[in-house]
Design a protein around this ligand. Structure first.
Ligand code: IPM
Ligand code: MG
Length: 387
């Protein structure tokens, strides 16, 4: 029997026309605070323009939380996130906390949020904007027209499966991680893939390693079973190694890709290169299945890039990935589609005007810093006519 995944406890109270929104803002480490501050600036511009009040509730996460509290996320801040309508996250991690023997790691905070808030569905859209076609390392003819969405399972697989440990044996040290999936876990994420595909070009590629892994064989069976409910979506199965190849060989063939946690982690870093820079790619991690235009799933929103410690504190990081993540928040958690589009259009307009951060810089363009890019996008939203 299928569970009703559309019954999400958190956002059910959200009334149509709601104007008050509470957002947990966990800025994190490295460039995290710089890029997230620009996303907040942009959300404030949206609020002023469209008449919403976005309230930001700040908290520490990652290495900065370890330095102050000894843990990467306190119970209190986890509760704060639970009581908000959505979470905006910068990035976590850095060399200071990278010791493999460390008892606590910045990433623990992020993983705890994903697990504790039930954020099983990670949406990572990869769209190549025409004006950036030349800023990638791939040939323009290969990447033009790329518009795909990776749906990554986020609370299972190797990241959370038990046993997960390191130990000493008489023969030497041993370690184990476990890739485990229940059919319910597979079913709900595959359904997200189908629902997203329905809203797009109606093609779903389910990626696994069914020629070797038992968990992948279950994945493939469940995906095939669920496809019976979606006769209008074309389902194909693809092995993860083949998918890695296809992503750089013919990326425009993909519409929606659905895959397990670790495969999705690796494939999305690869896919991000299609868009020119990790600094361009947003993500949404949802606790429910988005359905059409009535999406009010609780979610966490963050850029797919990391904390980039070597770029931190210099006002150079590209804030667009985080700003586009804020647009995803408007769309998927608050059901504010016009507002989301206003942000996306403003990003395109500023790029069309020739402004670039260092990571997407080309000759003849105007190089700007993190703050300037955020300001330009916010101003654009303020100035544009409401559509
Ligand atoms: C990502 C990141 C994280 C992950 C790290 C920071 C734990 O690489 O969101 O892709 O592996 O999921
Ligand atoms: Mg990753």
């Amino acid at each position: 029997m299928l569970a009703d995944w559309s019954n999400i406890p958190r956002r059910n109270w959200l009334r149509d026309g709601e104007v008050e929104f509470h957002i947990a803002a966990l800025l994190g480490d490295g460039v995290g605070p710089e890029v997230a501050t620009e996303a907040i600036r942009v959300l404030q511009a949206v609020g002023q323009k469209f008449g919403h009040n976005f309230h930001f509730h700040h908290g520490l996460i990652g290495g900065t939380a370890i330095d102050v509290h000894g843990v990467a996320l306190t119970e209190e801040k986890l509760e704060m996130c639970r009581s908000c309508d959505a979470v905006l996250l910068g990035a976590v991690g850095g060399p200071k906390w990278d010791d493999p023997k460390a008892k606590v790691r910045p990433e623990d905070g992020l993983l705890a949020l994903r697990k504790e808030l039930g954020l099983f569905a990670n949406l990572r859209p990869v769209k190549v904007l025409p004006m950036l076609v030349n800023s990638t390392t791939l040939k323009p003819e290969v990447i033009k027209n790329v518009d795909l969405m990776v749906v990554r399972e986020l609370t299972g697989g190797l990241y959370f499966g038990q046993p997960k440990k390191q130990w000493h044996s008489p023969e030497g040290r041993l370690a184990v991680d476990t890739m485990a999936y229940s059919e319910q876990e597979v079913e709900r994420i595959v359904r997200v893939g189908f629902e997203i595909a329905l809203m797009r070009r109606k093609k779903l590629t389910s990626v696994d390693k069914a020629n070797v892994l038992e968990s992948s064989r279950l994945w493939r069976q469940v995906a095939t079973e669920v496809s019976a409910d979606y006769p209008n979506v074309e389902l194909e199965h693809m092995l993860v190694d083949a998918c890695a190849m296809r992503l750089i060989q013919r990326p425009s063939q993909f519409d929606v890709i659905v895959t397990e946690n670790t495969f999705g982690d690796i494939l999305t870093d690869e896919a991000s290169m299609l868009a020119g820079s990790m600094g361009m790619l947003p993500s949404a991690s949802l606790a429910g299945i988005p359905r059409g235009s009535t999406s009010k799933a609780f979610g966490m929103y963050e850029p797919i890039h990391g904390s980039a410690p070597s770029r931190a504190g210099q006002n150079i990081a590209n804030p667009i990935a985080t700003i586009l993540s804020a647009a995803m928040m408007l769309r998927y958690s608050f059901n504010l589609v016009t507002e989301a589009e206003a942000v996306e259009k403003a990003v395109v307009a500023v790029l069309e005007d020739g402004y670039r951060t260092y990571d997407i810089m080309e000759e003849g363009k105007c190089k700007v810093g993190t703050r300037e890019m955020g300001q330009l996008i916010a101003e654009r939203i303020t100035k544009e006519d409401k559509t």
